[in-house]
Design a protein around this ligand. Sequence first.
Ligand SMILES: *[C@@H]1O[C@H](CO)[C@@H](O)[C@H](O)[C@H]1NC(C)=O
Ligand SMILES: *[C@@H]1O[C@H](CO)[C@@H](O)[C@H](O)[C@H]1NC(C)=O
Ligand SMILES: *[C@@H]1O[C@H](CO)[C@@H](O)[C@H](O)[C@H]1NC(C)=O
Ligand SMILES: *[C@@H]1O[C@H](CO)[C@@H](O)[C@H](O)[C@H]1NC(C)=O
Length: 501
Amino acid sequence: MVALSTLAKGLPVLASCAMAAASYPSKPADLSTPTQQRIAVNGPNSISIGWNTYTQLSQPCVQYGTSSNGLTSQACSTSSVTYATSRTWSNSVTLTGLAPATTYYYKIVSTNSSVEHFFSPRPAGDKTPFTMNAVIDLGVYGADGYTIQMDQTKRDTIPFVPPSLNHTTIDRLAQTVDDYELVVHPGDFAYADDWYLAPKNLFDGTNAYEAILEQFYDQLAPIAGRKAYMASPGNHEADCEELDYTTGLCPAGQKNFTDFMNRFGQTMPTAFPSTSTSSAAKVDANKAQVLANPPFWYSFEYGMVHVVMIDTETDFPDAPDGPGGSAGLDGGPFGALNQQLEFLEADLASVDRTVTPWLIVGGHRPWYSTGGSSNVCAPCQAAFEPLLYKYGVDLGIFGHVHNSQRFQPAYNGVADPNGLNNPKAPMYIVAGGAGNIEGLSSVGSNVTFNAFAYDQDFGYATITFQDANHLQVQFIRSSTGAVLDTSTLYKTHTQQFVVQE
Ligand SMILES: *[C@@H]1O[C@H](CO)[C@@H](O)[C@H](O)[C@H]1NC(C)=O
Ligand SMILES: *[C@@H]1O[C@H](CO)[C@@H](O)[C@H](O)[C@H]1NC(C)=O
Ligand SMILES: *[C@@H]1O[C@H](CO)[C@@H](O)[C@H](O)[C@H]1NC(C)=O
Ligand SMILES: *[C@@H]1O[C@H](CO)[C@@H](O)[C@H](O)[C@H]1NC(C)=O
């Protein structure tokens, strides 16, 4: 969401004055120490590992194996990238040929690193139930971000998260770490572009922006370094500050989604080859793979689900963050004309429901939200909604509005008469309440087919694939773990390929 003020509009000029105030984490003496670890599903039987270091690595490497004292395999790359204003380099290595659904141990090669673990991806078609969390609009916690004053209660410390993160969404994700297998985060990480909301940062915006990114991704590492953490862009990734038409004042390196691209460009997947018996599906999946453009738009398969991540910021007609777009953020385009929409159509068309019965799309800006027209993205709806309906997408996961919302399945603003009982239209949620410096958005005016809306505390959604026909969505209150809302979508999934007009 947008936090504009006339006061803030004057700040970019001040930002050039040098007066160090940014809260950088301390630099480790051993510059090869891995920080900001994050992993992702990178293909069938493949996990990518990303991390940052305070020096460039000539050859980033990861050792791994299926026991903690037998890291018998090693994978390396030459991918260690940075940009003008960053203190760190983003490194990435991809591990391939992993046994499916297996606990692996890994150690990023460094004179100062420890053994961590992850669970390798379930192969497409594995019908084992599992949960995927949706966490959106999550910002840095602490002096440069948000804080919560609440009672502290006893909790586990596995994985370890700093005590100062008590009762945040990250803390809840740590406490429940055995309850989910991966996380999707379609947009708005850190809120580095909101540096000017903390008065101490006013005279050193360039460093404050980088300091917030370093802090945030360190805070997220206990989760993102263990669970596949799938990222796509939001408006807060665009440039140095979310103020209309000031992009030109941003320093080189802090515009055009640069940090986001450096951080996730090598670790997100493209699209998987199809395992369908249909040759048309294989052709479509290959086409999608060519047209995919991670970390902006891509797809992956995991057990019973095919997930497509889309870019609601750039690369479609009237994209809000594109050149001349309504947000004035002047980002992209990142692909050729129509590339994203051609990718989306080929990708959705390739989904064989006998392999992956569930089809989910994740994006940042919603087209269904309470709170009036300023909360919804009309160009997004025009570009994407017809394709989601045509190919029978089951669930759309969005954020951008900072609260928790669930809608009855709907198409073109009209609720599906079947409700949750085998609808043709996608069901939609907004899971934008994870917590950030801008705070929560009030629910505001209703939409008739809204089924649940909550704006009293931070939260996120869990999506449980129970079997080929039942998908349960719950909203969790981060501070207490309380379940705020539960719904179960039933789909027969009898058609191998869904195409509906
Ligand atoms: C080693 O890494 C830990 C964190 O993982 C850090 O606290 C410590 O400062 C590092 N040591 C050196 C010598 O850089
Ligand atoms: C929670 O945070 C408080 C304040 O930072 C701290 O005193 C307490 O030890 C933390 N609790 C746990 C279990 O880490
Ligand atoms: C943003 O980056 C993309 C890819 O590098 C480039 O094609 C595009 O022109 C850039 N946009 C702006 C406004 O600089
Ligand atoms: C919106 O209206 C629907 C239908 O009357 C109702 O079920 C839902 O609870 C309302 N949502 C909010 C947030 O008031």
